[in-house]
Design a binder for this molecule. Sequence first.
Ligand SMILES: Cc1cc2nc3c(=O)[nH]c(=O)nc-3n(C[C@H](O)[C@H](O)[C@H](O)COP(=O)(O)O)c2cc1C
Length: 186
Amino acid sequence: MRQAEGNTGPGGGAAGGTAAAPAVLVDSSDYRRAIARFATGVTIVTTQVDGLDVAMTVNSLTSVSLNPLLVLFCADKSARFHGSVLRTGLWAVSVLGVGDESASRWFATRGRPDEARLGDYPTSPGPQTGLPLLDSGIAFLECRTWATHDAGDHTVVIGEVLAVDSPAERQPPLLYFESRYGVLRD
Ligand SMILES: Cc1cc2nc3c(=O)[nH]c(=O)nc-3n(C[C@H](O)[C@H](O)[C@H](O)COP(=O)(O)O)c2cc1C
């Protein structure tokens, strides 16, 4: 990890906080309804801890920087994956195609058994990290944690991109909008 954990801005306290920030007036369910209209793709993020493959469905993936190459996702502190990814510092992203809705649902199922955390989904080791990548994915990133930032009930995990692949043959992407899965219309 290149940088220590830290925050700037409101809540982080280091810099940039507005002295007269208004009290919170937004109801969290109103926020959820609004932010759910931000359509996203869907990914499975994987890591390995104590020899065990672990994975989680993630739609908070965001490109951060081209120089250096950085990408982030937000990990819920209550997810088992949170502790695993912070421990290992290496993680891989498989971007899902339309045929992988069931994978998205499985890897978002809390309490699925440890010994079957990758379920029946075929994977292959990434060339840089050896971490599992879903064979059916439409793009792949292998990352090393570059920084983490505490952010409320989540941790923002920023990764340096070590390897990428975007196979020419691919399905259309799986989309997520208002808690439902969708397909891109041409
Ligand atoms: C489409 C979709 C996107 C999700 N994106 C995220 C995310 O970006 N970050 C996160 O922490 N959880 C996300 N979740 C929830 C986790 O996948 C879910 O909490 C998971 O079961 C945690 O498993 P674990 O406790 O075994 O790690 C998402 C769920 C779905 C269905």
